[in-house]
Design a protein around this ligand. Structure first.
Ligand SMILES: *Cc1c(COP(=O)(O)O)cnc(C)c1O
Length: 403
């Protein structure tokens, strides 16, 4: 703030002028760099959330900011009524990085999931041969795929659904991690199985080792598409490009978002097989901003960072350190630590998640609970080992004060 600035009630304005669809911590961020943010009073905090993985490369990564600034000086928006010189390059480079054949560019994660649902349904009618309007998509309990009306239709979170019906039909929910339940739920009408390889919002829930391989096998056996929602788990968060890579299997279709926009703007995509994505024809799907020049330029810079493998490696090595340190808290206010790479769900036993988040904020660490008792730890992948220690020490301190 400048010396002449008047004190401003930022939180009061948020509460007055915007619906209360979030319950943020009482911190007002004004600046950020790397793994650190600074509030309007000049106080610095370690970012232990990274925008739910949207900030995998940290705040304002120089290569990403440079790509955005360069593109701002050229052209930012054309609509898809015309071609532009970033689109094809983005699609080719993202397909090559992900080992897929086609890329559908969208904006938000929810839009990518909606797009995947539409593609799977059209594939089911035009390729698999299901009768019109009969296709079913199987999803998992505890899922989080976004907030649109169709997506909350197959959520199992009552808060996310309660007053938003009537719901979109065509979805079957089975228990996450239970391959036998999935096998029993597949019918002649099943078009696709849509799952998160690790469930983030549910509390960083990692399924059993064989589950994802079984999903792949069941999909192959029944001519069903495997759609992996890697919007939060993908793009280096778990120590590999995709969380699914750890199981040694490939999906037919992936949904990507969050980190794909480099923490700068919303960029999402559906990537996958040509015979699946290729079913779309002009007029059937689109978005005014999807695949815009600025998004593509930033997305291409994200792809370049991921192509080095540096961030996957950081997540793998530093993630092992994070999990070792968090593991020391088990029995000291923590019952379990789940996760993979620089991603952890810390199950609290002596303290509500919200209180822990607030107490961490007081100690200069920004973290957020998911549900009542889980702390979700997901620092930017640029964080250092010393900073991880600092954050974990703050968690230990908070838990010690609660006993
Ligand atoms: C965040 C998220 C979404 C939705 O992304 P938005 O950009 O918030 O619409 C979908 N799926 C998963 C797994 C997510 O974590």
């Amino acid at each position: 703030m400048t010396a002449t600035a008047q004190p401003t009630d930022f939180i009061g304005m948020d509460e007055h002028w915007s619906p209360h669809n979030y319950h943020p911590l009482p911190v007002v961020i004004a600046e950020a760099e790397g793994a650190w943010v600074t509030d309007v009073h000049g106080r610095r905090y370690l970012d232990f959330l990274a925008g739910y993985s949207a900030l995998n490369f940290g705040h304002r990564h120089p290569a990403l900011v440079a790509a955005a600034v360069e593109q701002l000086g050229r052209v930012t928006l054309t609509s898809r009524a015309f071609h532009h010189d970033q689109f094809g390059l983005f699609c080719r480079e993202l397909a090559e990085l992900t080992g897929t054949e086609m890329v559908l560019a969208m904006n938000s994660g929810a839009e990518a999931v909606e797009s995947a649902v539409k593609i799977a349904r059209k594939w089911a009618y035009r390729v698999k041969g299901l009768a019109k309007d009969t296709a079913e998509i199987i999803v998992a309990g505890g899922n989080f795929h976004g907030r649109t009306t169709t997506i909350v239709s197959f959520s199992t979170d009552e808060v996310a659904r309660a007053d938003f019906g009537p719901f979109t039909p065509g979805f079957t929910v089975v228990e996450y991690g239970d391959a036998a339940a999935l096998a029993a739920a597949i019918t002649d009408r099943t078009a696709a199985v849509l799952v998160e390889p690790i469930q983030g919002e549910a509390g960083v829930v990692v399924p059993g080792a064989d589950y994802l391989r079984e999903v792949r096998r069941l999909c192959d056996e029944n001519n069903v598409l495997f759609i992996a929602d890697e919007i939060q788990s993908g793009l280096a968060r778990t120590g590999s490009l995709f969380a699914l890579d750890h199981a040694g299997v490939r999906a037919d279709v992936y949904t990507l978002g969050k980190a794909l926009g480099g923490g700068i703007l919303p960029v999402s995509a559906v990537v996958g097989r040509r015979d699946v994505l290729g079913v779309l024809r002009p007029g059937e799907h689109g978005s005014t901003f999807g695949g815009n020049p600025l998004a593509c330029a930033v997305g291409r810079a994200v792809v370049r960072l991921l192509a080095t493998g540096e961030f996957q490696e950081r997540s793998r090595v530093l993630g092992a350190h994070l999990h070792a340190r968090l593991g020391e808290l088990v029995g000291r206010g923590v019952s379990e630590v789940r996760g993979r790479g620089l991603w952890a769900g810390v199950e609290l036993t002596t303290m509500a998640g919200r209180l822990a988040s607030e107490a961490l904020m007081e100690r200069g660490v920004l973290c957020k609970e998911t549900h009542d008792t889980t702390l979700r730890v997901a620092p930017p992948l640029v964080i250092t080992e010393a900073e991880i220690d600092q954050g974990v020490a703050a968690i230990a301190d908070v838990l010690a004060s609660a006993r």
